[in-house]
Ligand binder design. Structure first.
Ligand SMILES: [Zn+2]
Length: 314
């Protein structure tokens, strides 16, 4: 059984493309690993699952070598929620929960309590020169009229329109077993469509109406072939080869070591004196990195043949 898969498709004769993703064992692995250092409250798990699925869908449509980072910067009980997707379609996700989360909290109740929440998408190339900032688009989590977005799908549709000038529809769902999503998008000008992607188009309206009929239960329980057949059996759908997706974290002992070096000898030796070791846990995957007095002595030993890294756990 695969850890999850992503299916891309387009519609013959219509300026619409789509993608469908289902994270199955990879999503359960992400939750299991995170639970080692403390599971997130259910509404936060659901949000992160939808973010991971949506990030996959968006990442699959962009040709570049690097990571897509979807962030929600919140002013509620969740200060930050992050999903990162690599070129190889591996994902990781985490959140900073700063206050108690209500069991029925919606997107607004998690990250947009005071109307100050933001949605940011960063494209971070693998070969980005040091010091050059990656491309980032940011939109508020409230619409032009100041109304808070009620779900992640609405927030991302607004983002795609405002920031990328792309009309897009998302259907997203997650539970503790599966995180899944469907994306339908007007093709940008120059990709088989010579017209303005923002003007209404009957093919797009029809196809998104069909896509919008997909229920959360169907999305979470049916396989991709069944979903696409059920929604689009009257359309001429062109399928591309499916791609495997996976959970993977890019943290490493070497990166943590670089972070400790950057903190400085005095601070690290104080911690070792107090707690006999320095312990750093990865927020994404729960991995625990431990450095005892010998490790720390070695780390700061002169003459240093090692270069002091400035990498953080991110
Ligand atoms: Zn990690």
């Amino acid at each position: 059984m695969s850890a999850g898969d992503l299916h891309r498709f387009s519609f013959e004769g219509a300026p619409v493309r789509g993608a469908l993703v289902r994270l199955t064992t990879s999503w359960r692995e992400a939750l299991r690993r995170r639970a080692v250092v403390g599971a997130f409250p259910a509404p936060v798990r659901l949000l992160l699952g939808e973010m991971a699925a949506a990030g996959m869908l968006m990442r699959s449509g962009i040709k570049f070598d690097g990571a897509l980072v979807l962030q929600l910067k919140g002013d509620g009980p969740v200060g930050l929620a992050v999903a990162e997707i690599t070129s190889g379609l591996s994902f990781r996700a985490t959140a900073q929960v700063v206050d108690e989360v209500a069991a029925d909290a919606t997107l607004a109740g998690l990250v947009n309590v005071g109307g100050g929440g933001l949605c940011a998408i960063t494209l971070d190339p693998r070969d980005r020169p040091a010091g050059r900032l990656p491309y980032q688009g940011v939109v508020p989590l409230s619409d032009d009229g100041g109304r808070a977005m009620t779900c992640l799908a609405d927030a991302l549709e607004y983002y795609m329109l405002q920031s990328e000038q792309l009309a897009t529809r998302f259907v997203l769902a997650a539970n503790d077993e599966v995180a899944a999503g469907l994306m339908l998008q007007r093709m940008p000008a120059g990709e088989g469509a010579a017209h303005d992607p923002l003007t209404p188009h009957e093919d797009f309206e029809r196809i998104t109406a069909l896509g919008g009929s997909l229920t959360s239960t169907e999305l979470l329980t049916l396989d991709a072939d069944s979903i696409l057949h059920r929604l689009f059996w009257q359309e001429s759908v062109m399928r591309y080869a499916p791609r495997a997706v996976d959970f993977r974290c890019s943290c490493s002992r070497e990166r943590v070591r670089g972070m400790l070096l950057a903190l400085g000898r005095e601070e690290i030796e104080d911690i070792v004196a107090e707690q006999t070791q320095v312990e750093v846990g990865c927020d994404f995957c729960g991995e625990q990195y431990r450095f005892d007095a010998v490790d720390v002595g070695e780390m700061f030993a002169p003459p240093s043949a090692q270069s002091a890294g400035t990498d953080t756990l991110q």
